[in-house]
Write a protein that binds this ligand. Structure first.
Ligand code: ATP
Ligand code: MG
Length: 255
């Protein structure tokens, strides 16, 4: 299907964002323009501090553009909404709630009846591989397990769009590979529009339908890559390694 026929869930329309301070304006996003289509898994890939989290905060409605518009599902973003689920760089779980209460938090705020929200939460807890841990508190879980809870919490709210901000950046390499495979499995079972931020080329190629390579701060779209390798992807295949080399080399031109 061509992009013209697909429904755009996110439209970033010539978005700029500057932070104001006494020292002057700091332009972080400069005329950023892209779209993300329904059920697409898009990875925003860019160097450290280029403005990746700022872009997700603009999409989630925690920040507002200085210029341009952010449109999600045909509506201009005017603030946070349960229609946009977030998974953060750090887990951001409620440490005083157990796993079940963390996952059912969104539906409970929306007054979904207890039996229905329990069923829903249990479905996503099982999906992320945490069956049996429903009554555990986050403090007793490993970093990878905490991120699984964060992912289940985002999906349990059944948002139109899920934004993930370097969710595995703090995990050890082995757990990170495991979690990438888990996200691949979950997103192929629960098709959603996902925008996933990383500064790891391997992770980007493993997960993305399309990679948007960002320019260094102030950031904008430097280049895009459609990744049409069969899933689940093999990190060591020649095609994977060739694309990794292309993207890594191109990244040098973003600085
Ligand atoms: N609320 C804010 N006020 C002022 N400056 C900010 C604010 N948020 C971000 N910045 C600045 O914007 C720039 C980009 O930050 P941002 O966190 O978006 O980058 P990032 O690509 O997510 O970084 P990282 O790779 O470390 O996650 C940084 O220079 C940061 O200092
Ligand atoms: Mg960030």
């Amino acid at each position: 299907m061509s992009n013209r026929e697909r429904k755009a869930v996110i439209k970033m329309e010539h978005v700029s964002k500057a932070f104001h301070s006494l020292a002057g304006d700091n332009l972080v996003v400069d005329d950023l323009d892209f779209q993300v289509y329904e059920d697409e898994f898009v990875v925003l890939f860019g160097p450290g501090q280029c403005g990746k989290s700022t872009i997700l905060n603009l999409i989630s409605g925690l920040l507002f553009p200085t210029k341009g518009r952010v449109v999600v599902s045909d509506k201009e973003v005017t603030g946070p909404s349960p229609e946009r689920g977030m998974v953060y760089q750090t887990t951001n779980l409620f440490m005083w709630y157990n796993v079940m209460k963390n996952v059912e938090f969104g539906p409970s705020v929306r007054h979904v009846p207890k039996r229905i929200r329990r069923e829903k939460a249990q479905y996503y807890i099982d999906l992320v591989g945490l069956k049996g841990f429903e009554n555990h508190y986050p403090i007793k879980l490993s970093g990878g397990m905490q991120q699984r809870v964060g992912i289940a919490r985002a999906y349990a709210n059944e948002p139109q769009l899920i934004c993930m901000d370097e969710p595995f950046g703090h995990l050890d390499a082995q757990t990170r590979y495991l979690m990438e495979a888990e996200v691949e499995r979950i997103s192929s079972k629960e098709r959603r529009t996902v925008i996933f931020v990383t500064n790891n080329a391997e992770e980007a190629i493993y997960l993305a339908d399309r990679i948007i390579l960002l320019h260094n701060c102030p950031t904008f779209v430097h280049k895009e890559y459609v990744v049409d390798l069969p899933r689940p992807r093999d990190y060591t295949s020649l095609e994977f390694l060739a694309l990794r080399e292309t993207i890594t080399n191109e990244m040098d031109h973003t600085l």
